[in-house]
Design a protein around this ligand. Sequence first.
Ligand code: GDP
Ligand code: MG
Length: 198
Amino acid sequence: MSVGKKTPIQPALHKVIMVGSGGVGKSALTLQFMYDEFVEDYEPTKADSYRKKVVLDGEEVQIDILDTAGQEDYAAIRDNYFRSGEGFLCVFSITDDESFQATQEFREQILRVKNDDHIPFLLVGNKADLADKRRVTFEDAKQRSDQWNVPYVETSAKTRANVDKAFFDLARKISSRKYRSEAQEESSPKKSSCCIIL
Ligand SMILES: Nc1nc2c(ncn2[C@@H]2O[C@H](COP(=O)(O)OP(=O)(O)O)[C@@H](O)[C@H]2O)c(=O)[nH]1
Ligand SMILES: [Mg+2]
């Protein structure tokens, strides 16, 4: 029976922004997710956007990815990028402590621009294949993500480990967030009319 079944006109679009210091693997993760290949020498100053159709929990959705590349040092450009994002993959390299420290600043900037403590956000420790060069422990990263109340995931753009997981977990958070806020919007007029009557 198809009666009453909702058919979306267009697949939902979830806007993801890649943030993190230069060289941590934002482009490599994006390209691995998009095209199933490890690109070792992507132009470090090039920001670009991508779109991929995926099936998320049985529903077709589009994931829009903005791969930033340092232009966000300019506050105005950065704020525009961040404002357009519905979810953030905040990437550092497990081989580089400075890149881990830098995630703090990215987190603060994002919260400032979005003005939303519950913005969909994942802390991503990339280059997990380079175990012998690890400088950031899993525990330290997990502790930070717990403090922020966000998930922590370790990925490798080289081996593809957890790459789909990072994007899908974030898209899932964006999706549930949207439905929740739609539900709130639907319920709030009732509340206010109720207050007027009283
Ligand atoms: N071994 C390893 N190298 C990586 C990984 N991700 C990125 N790289 C390398 O790190 C360098 C910087 O990656 P890139 O994606 O350009 O970093 P971005 O500046 O954050 O976009 C490149 O030489 C990549 O080949 C990874 O998961 N494992
Ligand atoms: Mg890049």
